[in-house]
Write a protein that binds this ligand. Structure first.
Ligand code: PMP
Length: 395
């Protein structure tokens, strides 16, 4: 409707001068339908959120059932709410024994904020080590550990005692010492341009943290919930973090974040003073009900193979002039093109042809490919054909 469009541009705070501006009517599975009657294939899952596709029936059913029970009833941590308890139980059953306690929040950045505070309080230290090119969110704490000056500079001074090291560099790990509270990293950097960490390097990070009593925080906000082929990326790397940050795909399309750690570490949130980390809406019952149905559904299907076959098809199909490489793991992929101009043209051309792609925040010559894991091979092939035709048109 014209009225909605006008209001969007007049009254909704804009994040850039060029929003995609798609006027959404409804969404289902891999598709978005717009008010002008067009249909789009969502090849980025609303940025790694809708892993089961949009509006998965199991998720919708769970939401409807919870709507009839209760919405918000109390701030986090006071009342026993079935959807929270049930989801925490299901989630921790998938995790190693040392990740047995969940703190629910509303978003990815809040989970990083909580993780940083938890690490500082547990260790009694202030130094944080993060990595160049990382992205951890846009609130002050998360921004402080985000490794890109262009986003941090306008907001300095940010958190003190944050030190950046080079990703995948063994030498750079000497920065981790006895004053380090935590090391935070994405096992596969997402916004940095889909850059996987090296297995041996990640093991070295773990070792260095252990030697110096620093906590290791994995930001799996983007990599979680089978996006990279295993339920969590840390399983592939065989490195268990002390704190695990989750959000995005966890809520099945509803806003939910969490940071997960051990009961021992979480003790420090209970005292000195009590209630030193609270949230009003964290772990909203409707979101937790959705997350439970989402995870149950993910666990009952073969989403691991589905994610790997998405990568296989991408590597098999996406090559030729103008294409440098496909990288990533599972269904968290980046298509590196020759340059930013070509990338812009390809994304726009695909959009005209009903395919939604995107950039990553720190890279303008990489196309993000992160389809819903439910995507059928035929549709994926069609989508890749659209990308290939667009690349060929402009090379
Ligand atoms: N960490 C990572 C790795 C992310 O990809 C994102 C979102 N792109 C965030 C943190 C922040 O999550 P949110 O937008 O939910 O605050």
């Amino acid at each position: 409707m014209k009225q909605d469009k006008d209001s969007f541009y007049r009254h909704i705070a804009q994040t850039s001068d060029e929003p995609m501006g798609l006027e959404v009517d409804r969404a289902s599975g891999c598709y978005l339908f717009t008010t002008d009657g067009k249909k789009y294939v969502d090849l980025i899952s609303g940025i790694a959120v809708s892993s089961l596709g949009h509006r998965h029936p199991n998720v919708i059913r769970a939401i409807k059932e919870q709507l009839d029970q209760h919405l918000h009833v109390m701030v986090y941590g006071e009342y026993i709410q079935k959807p929270q308890s049930r989801f925490a139980d299901l989630l921790t059953r998938q995790l190693p024994d040392s990740l047995d306690r969940v703190y629910f929040v509303n978003s990815g950045t809040e989970s990083v904020e909580g993780a940083l505070k938890l690490a500082k309080k547990y260790t009694g230290r202030t130094k944080l080590v993060a990595f160049e090119n990382s992205y951890h969110g846009d609130t002050h704490g998360s921004l402080s550990v985000t490794g890109r000056n262009v986003y941090r500079d306008p907001y300095e001074p940010l958190l003190p005692d944050v030190h950046f090291a080079a990703f995948n560099s063994k030498e750079s790990l000497s920065i981790i010492d006895d004053s380090t509270a935590a090391v935070i990293l994405e096992p596969i950097q997402g916004e940095g341009g889909v850059i996987p960490s090296q297995k041996a390097w990640l093991k070295e990070v773990r070792k260095r943290c252990d030697e110096h009593g620093a906590l290791l925080i994995f930001d799996e906000i983007q990599t979680g919930f089978f996006r990279t082929g295993t339920l969590f990326a840390f399983e592939y790397y065989d490195v268990v973090p002390d704190i695990l940050c989750l959000a995005k795909a966890m809520g099945g399309g509803m806003p939910l974040g969490a940071f997960v750690s051990s009961s021992e570490i979480f003790e420090v949130f209970k005292k000195d003073p009590p209630l030193n980390h609270v949230t009003t809406f964290g772990g909203h019952p409707v979101c937790c009900a959705a997350a439970h149905a989402n995870l149950e559904t993910l666990l009952s299907g073969d989403f691991s193979s589905k994610a790997y076959s998405i990568a296989e098809m991408a590597c098999h199909m996406l090559w030729g002039d103008g294409i440098v490489e496909v990288r990533g793991r599972g269904a968290m992929l980046g298509l590196q093109l020759r340059d930013a101009v070509l990338t812009q043209k390809v994304v726009e051309e695909c959009f005209k042809n009903g395919l939604i792609l995107g950039w990553t925040l720190h890279s303008d010559s990489l196309i993000r490919i992160a389809p819903p894991l439910i995507i059928e091979p035929d549709l994926l092939e069609e989508a890749f054909d659209i990308i290939l035709s667009a690349v060929r048109k402009f090379v």
